[in-house]
Design a protein around this ligand. Structure first.
Ligand code: ATP
Ligand code: MG
Length: 165
């Protein structure tokens, strides 16, 4: 299973991002509303037997409710349009640290690059949108997602969700 931990995008945030995308005429492969998320840790292919240890890790971790402010847009490799938070809220930073430590303890390799809170809005876009209005993302939950290939694309499904507390 192709797994990752992420923040599911709150519906109100998804609606704003989709409206913004339309206004700006963002082209390319637009990420469907249901797939919008912020990746916290990407695990890649994981044998199904390891699922239980991962959900146990999620049970142990504590994410304090906080607010991520998405405040700019960039165009990355292969026309990937990313909406980005210039600052990582302290509770989210400490959560990422604990998550990575937990994952390393379980033998998973983790991303060495510093965490930049971002959400992919589109891929293969030809232009960078001009601007992004600052947008608040109330962080109320995190989840372990499985990335599944479906007809015509990919689908992310939450296997387990935890409330911030
Ligand atoms: P596809 O690879 O089929 O184009 P995708 O990239 O959206 O689709 P996945 O590759 O399953 O789907 O990735 C799931 C999530 O994890 C996405 O948010 C993706 O950006 C992120 N991700 C994928 N690979 C990595 C990686 N090596 N490091 C960090 N994040 C990653
Ligand atoms: Mg990918």
């Amino acid at each position: 299973m192709r797994l990752f931990f992420a923040l599911p995008c709150p519906p109100a945030v998804a609606a704003r991002v989709i409206a913004w995308r339309k206004e700006q005429g963002v082209d390319g492969r637009l990420i469907p509303a249901a797939n919008l998320h912020m990746t916290l840790a990407f695990l890649g292919e994981v044998p199904v037997e390891r699922l239980e240890t991962l959900t146990a890790l999620g049970d142990e971790l504590q994410l304090e409710p906080c607010t991520v402010v998405l405040d700019r847009v960039e165009r990355w490799h292969q026309g990937l349009i990313s909406v980005i938070a210039s600052e990582t809220p302290v509770p989210l930073a400490s959560f990422i640290k604990e998550l990575n430590q937990g994952l390393m303890g379980l033998g998973f390799s983790i991303d060495r690059r510093p965490f930049v809170p971002h959400m992919t809005a589109a891929r293969k876009s030809r232009q960078r949108p001009l601007d992004f209005p600052s947008l608040e993302w109330p962080v109320e939950r995190f989840a372990l997602f499985v990335s599944e290939n479906i007809e015509g694309g990919v689908q992310y499904r939450a296997l387990k969700e935890w409330l911030a507390r």
